[in-house]
Design a protein around this ligand. Structure first.
Ligand code: LLP
Length: 438
């Protein structure tokens, strides 16, 4: 992937940096990001919109991996930012991210999170439900401050990796249902508000999607509703946000499209609908998370103990696991790995790559093919850049890994490794509580 290569020592390199050096310098588990690959992916999305001649915003869905440094790179690439909590917003503010390019998502934003969004004068709040409408109106009217909003809808299309289904009855905790009048009711409550500027609609149909049909269907459904609002209420939407979910290749079985293919296809639908209904072409916004950071991230582990279950399998355990990557345990997600210190040797030894957490299910890869793995090897697990660190925990009180960015032969620590002191930082020892004498 990206700038991954092999050097004269037979070591895996990322961004021109020897991963074995990285492992020694920063310790393991270590998350290594190929920054050039992130930039390339971001540029591909932006370039495609330019080529099809549609104005667009590409917002990095930062739940996939949120840190100050990645927000700085996103800013450099001219991306917008999708945040889903006060914590992600605070991270963006700490990174000095341009507020007008921040979009705020979430199905249960609190009053104080919404106030924070107003304080920071962010670009847009994606309104999810009726309680949020009440709160946002309250804040805007009290402060007499403007805010851009989008209405999030459930379009009745559910995308799976290889296909999609249209569901008659939506059942999602997110957004307003399109078919039972909720979306129209939300529109009526918002479209002529003195302080709230309704830009348009948003939908997100799923994640790790491999084909463009579902996006095209969603675009069509939302465009139809926009046309209806124009015809019935003389209201024109200027933004159509089609969310994220573009798939990536974790293993050879995965066959995603190139980002440009998804974007081209959805833009075609929007352009043809606008032509046939004589509707002004809206800006198209997308929110890729995984497809920007997923394959840019690699986790380096040190191999430790092994165990042979005769005639069944060989386990090799690494110094991390479900605490830094819960996706295999939670979703049965599949990954590939390699022996980074002997990357050119044949990877023919079938092993189960186990984590170190006290839980049988903590297996990172059921069937990994490695080069005769032995204790002390550095094992690279690929494509861990999305929803790895961001979903990490301190299970078993394991400190969270460090994160290093590599680019053009240089490396920089961007998140330091947690220490044991960090692990107990929030603990409060028992106060001298009077115990009843017995
Ligand atoms: N926009 C919205 C409104 C979303 O809810 C999401 C993801 C995205 C964009 C970005 O989707 P992406 O491009 O990254 O697929 N933890 C799961 C994935 C959860 C996705 C949640 N929403 C995983 O590890 O697979």
């Amino acid at each position: 992937y990206g700038t991954q290569s092999v050097n004269e020592l037979g070591h895996l390199t990322i961004g021109g940096v020897d991963t074995i050096d990285l492992a020694h310098m920063y310790g393991t588990p270590l998350n290594v990001y190929d920054v050039a690959l992130f930039r390339e992916r971001a540029a591909a999305f932006k370039e495609t919109f330019k080529n099809v001649g549609v104005r667009a915003q590409v917002a990095y869905a930062s739940k996939a991996f949120s840190s100050i440094a990645i927000y700085e790179v996103a800013e450099q690439q001219g991306l917008s930012l999708d945040v889903v909590s006060g914590g992600e917003l605070f991270t963006a503010v700490s990174a000095g991210f341009p507020r007008e390019r921040i979009h705020f998502h979430g199905n249960n934003k609190s009053f104080s999170e919404l106030q924070y969004a107003f304080d920071e004068k962010i670009g847009c709040i994606v309104i999810d439900n009726f309680s949020e409408i009440t709160m946002v109106k309250d804040i805007a009217e009290t402060r007499k401050e403007k805010m851009n909003v989008l209405i999030r809808v459930t379009p009745g299309v559910e995308a799976h990796t290889h296909d999609y289904i249209t569901t008659g009855q939506e059942d999602s905790k997110f957004g307003f249902d399109l078919k039972n009048g909720q979306t129209d009711e939300a529109f009526l409550q918002l479209h002529d508000h003195p302080y709230l500027e309704l830009l348009g609609m948003h939908c997100h149909i799923g994640s790790q999607i491999f084909e463009s049909d579902a996006f095209c269907f969603a675009a069509e459904v939302l465009m139809k509703k926009m046309v209806a609002w124009r015809d019935d209420h003389d209201f024109v939407c200027t933004v159509l946000n089609l969310g994220g979910g573009f798939g990536i290749r974790y293993t050879e079985e995965d066959e995603p499209l190139h980002p440009s293919a998804y974007v081209e296809e959805m833009a075609k639908v929007v352009l043809s609908m606008t032509r046939s209904h004589n509707y002004p072409v809206p800006e198209i916004w997308v929110e890729p998370g995984r497809s920007l950071v997923g394959d840019a991230g690699t986790t380096l582990y040190t191999a430790g103990s092994t165990k042979e279950v005769p005639d069944v399998r060989k386990y090799i355990a690494v110094d991390g696991g479900m605490s830094d990557n819960i996706r295999p345990a939670l979703y049965g997600a599949k990954y590939t790995a390699a022996t980074a210190n002997r990357i050119e040797e044949p990877h023919v030894d079938k092993v189960t790559l186990a984590g170190k957490c006290c839980e049988s299910g903590d297996k990172l890869i059921e069937e990994a093919f490695l080069a005769d793995p032995t204790e002390g090897d550095i094992i690279a697990v690929f494509c861990t850049g999305a929803y790895g660190y961001s979903m990490a925990s301190n299970y078993n009180r394991l400190p969270k890994p460090a994160i290093v960015f590599c680019e053009n032969g240089e490396h920089q620590l961007v998140v330091r490794r947690e220490t044991y002191e960090d692990v107990v930082r929030l603990d409060i020892p028992l106060q001298s509580v009077k115990r009843e004498e017995t």
